[in-house]
Design a protein around this ligand. Structure first.
Ligand SMILES: Nc1ncnc2c1ncn2[C@@H]1O[C@H](COP(=O)(O)OP(=O)(O)O)[C@@H](O)[C@H]1O
Ligand SMILES: [Mg+2]
Length: 264
């Protein structure tokens, strides 16, 4: 098996089209120099580059598991941005985001996944529940599914709240072996009847070299907080966190099975 992860393209933002006001992070639809539209996640937004790192790692792990995720690219924003933006809040956000941001290919015409009208099969539902337990992703609830339907297929977006250990950083070891109790609110938990099978599949895909190649995608400029070590040391922490969590997956699987028993 080829464990080398594909590279991430870099585009230059050419136009701010419109803000997406749903979440707190003020993402926006933007156009880039390849003429495609993207949903841009700004490094200058509330959670800063950590949300971008979570988005990148979470999204690429989901893709490696065979789930559909819009293409992720690095999006360069240059200094000329924001000067002509009339909205002050957006102007500040643009100014604070000069440099390398993250963007997702915009799925034009997609609609928000609605669990009351679309049924997800046990296989994919279980993989998604397993993924979010691994990533400690709190953002896949019935109220806020962070999934889109596009041409009748299910697409995953918004992994920015994953890996929350990185907001405290030093305590990563303890976080890695913790169950993920918030899984009780996962929108697909009722359908996830094959979590143990998902664990076997997930572990067979997420080999050490696969994880390392995904983590190697994090740009140095997003790892500039020297208090956390050099960029290479920080990547090692992400790797150790995920690898430890995988090795102890029975902990989060038990929590998910338990939460499922309570609702079905
Ligand atoms: N790739 C995409 N294609 C189409 N719409 C998107 C895409 N990414 C996000 N959106 C829309 O924008 C909203 C906000 O994006 P999201 O990534 O969830 O950021 P946040 O919740 O942090 O604001 C989503 O709920 C969805 O409606
Ligand atoms: Mg969201």
């Amino acid at each position: 098996m080829n464990d080398k992860h594909k590279q991430i393209r870099t585009v230059n933002v050419t136009r701010y089209v419109t803000p997406l006001r749903e979440g707190g992070s003020l993402p926006a639809i933007t156009e880039a120099d390849d003429d495609f539209l993207y949903v841009l996640k700004f490094r200058g937004a509330g959670q800063g580059v950590k949300a971008l790192i979570a988005e990148l790692i979470g999204g690429e792990i989901a893709r490696a598991l065979g789930l559909k995720v819009p293409e992720i690219v690095f999006a360069r924003l240059d200094e000329s941005y924001g000067r002509t933006e009339p909205d002050e809040e957006i102007q500040d956000l643009l100014k604070a985001s000069i440099g390398l941001n993250l963007a997702n290919h915009y799925l034009s015409g997609s609609i928000t996944f609605d669990p009351t009208t679309t049924v997800v099969e046990p296989g994919p539902a279980s993989i998604i529940v397993w993924l979010d337990s691994l990533l400690t992703n709190v953002d896949r609830t019935a109220r806020n599914t962070n999934m889109l339907m596009w041409y009748r297929e299910l697409w995953l977006i918004d992994h920015g709240a994953s890996l929350y250990f990185h907001h405290t950083w030093d305590n990563w070891k303890a976080f890695a072996t913790r169950p993920f109790e918030q899984i009780k609110d996962h929108v697909l938990l009722p359908q996830a009847s094959e979590i143990e099978q998902a664990d076997i599949t997930g572990k067979s895909i997420l080999t050490a070299s696969k994880l390392k190649s995904i983590i190697s995608l994090i740009p140095d400029v997003w790892l500039s907080n020297e208090a956390q070590g050099t960029p290479e040391e920080q990547r090692e922490v992400y790797y150790q966190f995920l690898n430890t969590r995988l090795a102890a997956s029975e902990v989060f699987i038990k929590a998910a099975l338990h939460a499922r028993q309570a609702i079905i």
